[in-house]
Design a protein around this ligand. Structure first.
Ligand code: HEM
Length: 344
């Protein structure tokens, strides 16, 4: 190759690779793309809804987790259809879909075809955390929406509440998140509820689960009486500090250090040698929790994102733009969980 050809080749290489480098998440992605202020629009709608429903924060924080862990943060969780992610057992109690639709409808009117459903989930979650006494963190935007949504992928990627700390760390590692991120993100259990079916085995095991505070166990038995068949409809707070329900703070870590964790995995991180030190630190320092939880949510929001020319900007968060083209990719697969402790 002579010098001129070599130079031309080099320039072409730079040009080819430029869109890939440029196409990444960044703060304020929509500033020059829409005439309206997209982040303010999302914030206003979330504020109105949050005033009426203080449980919204739990719904959205969980929605972001369940979206990002399956096919990346690409709003695949929102897709409607037979055997899509939202039909999978672990997503059965995921809430908040109407809010995302409401935001999307307004944004489509004011800035059509530009704002992804995946970004709306992340922005709305950030805002509801801030309105629930958490600290506001800056989010990056520029995600694109995916078209693959399979129930089997949700089952294979979402951990079961009885998972061990070691296996859970492996699950998070597979998403590019480390054990510290895992402990910080499990702080999401400072809000919201779990239904009896997700913790009642801890109440009636033989011998009794000694890692649960006895008075808490007695209280929970009233909510989830022993049944010979079927499951209980009852629910209990994930953060057992009753003064802190739906408030984003570090009291979850304080509770689990007093053996008052509801889910098995929540309780396990309190004293496992891999996580105990960080749990202790966070339980003693609310300010540190605020800052680090926000940073961990930003990191969660970057998992497996589609950017640049990948994916699409859906017009309706519930449907891909061209169902015929996408139908072959939403066909359920037979993927099975490979890590012990994952939901069957
Ligand atoms: C090992 C990881 C995790 C497991 C096994 C797990 C499991 C669960 C389970 C079983 C529930 C109760 C669902 C129900 O009964 O309806 C729940 C609720 C919840 N989870 Fe997780 N979770 C994990 C990680 C996370 C993460 C990383 C976040 C957020 C960053 C999160 C946020 C939430 C929230 C906010 C709720 C309450 C939802 C509501 O009240 O609507 N979880 N989780």
């Amino acid at each position: 190759m002579n010098t001129v050809t070599g130079f031309t080749f080099g320039v072409m290489l730079i040009l080819i690779s430029f869109p890939a480098c440029y196409a990444q998440l960044r703060n304020g992605f929509y500033t020059d793309i829409c005439k309206i202020n997209v982040e303010e629009t999302v914030q206003r709608i979330v504020f109105e809804r949050n005033q009426k429903d203080s449980t919204l924060v739990a719904a959205l924080v969980r929605m972001q987790f369940h979206d990002c862990f399956v096919e990346g943060c690409d709003a695949s969780l929102l897709l409607k259809g037979d055997d899509t992610e939202k039909t999978a057992g672990p997503n059965g109690s995921v809430r908040g879909y109407e809010l995302i639709d409401e935001i999307k409808t307004e944004l489509e009117q004011k800035c059509p075809d530009k704002v992804s459903c995946a970004d709306i989930i992340v922005m709305a979650t950030r805002d509801t955390v801030a309105f629930s006494r958490g600290r506001r963190y800056e989010v990056e935007t520029g995600r694109r929406d995916g078209s693959i949504s399979r129930a089997s992928d949700a089952i294979a990627n979402l951990p079961s509440p009885s998972i061990s700390v070691f296996d859970s760390i492996e699950v998070f590692k597979a998403k590019g998140l480390n054990a510290t991120d895992m402990v910080l993100l499990l702080g999401g259990h400072t809000i919201g509820k779990a239904s009896c079916g997700n913790f009642e085995s801890r109440l009636y095991s033989s011998p009794p689960d000694s890692s649960m505070d006895r008075s808490l166990a007695e209280k929970l038995k009233m909510i989830c009486p022993k049944k010979t068949e079927g499951s209980n409809a009852g629910q209990a707070d994930l953060d057992q500090n009753s003064a802190s329900t739906n408030i984003v703070d570090n009291s979850f870590y304080q509770q689990i250090r007093m053996n008052r964790g509801l889910l098995s995995i929540d309780q396990k991180i309190a004293f496992d040698m891999l996580t105990a030190e960080l749990v202790k630190t966070l339980s003693n320092d609310n300010v540190q929790f605020f800052t680090r939880f926000g940073a961990a949510m930003v990191k969660l929001g970057a998992v497996g994102v589609k950017v640049g020319n990948e994916g699409e900007i859906r017009k309706d968060c519930k449907f891909v733009n061209n169902p015929a083209a996408a139908s072959s990719s939403t066909t359920p697969t037979t993927t099975q969980p490979s890590i012990p402790g994952m939901l069957p």
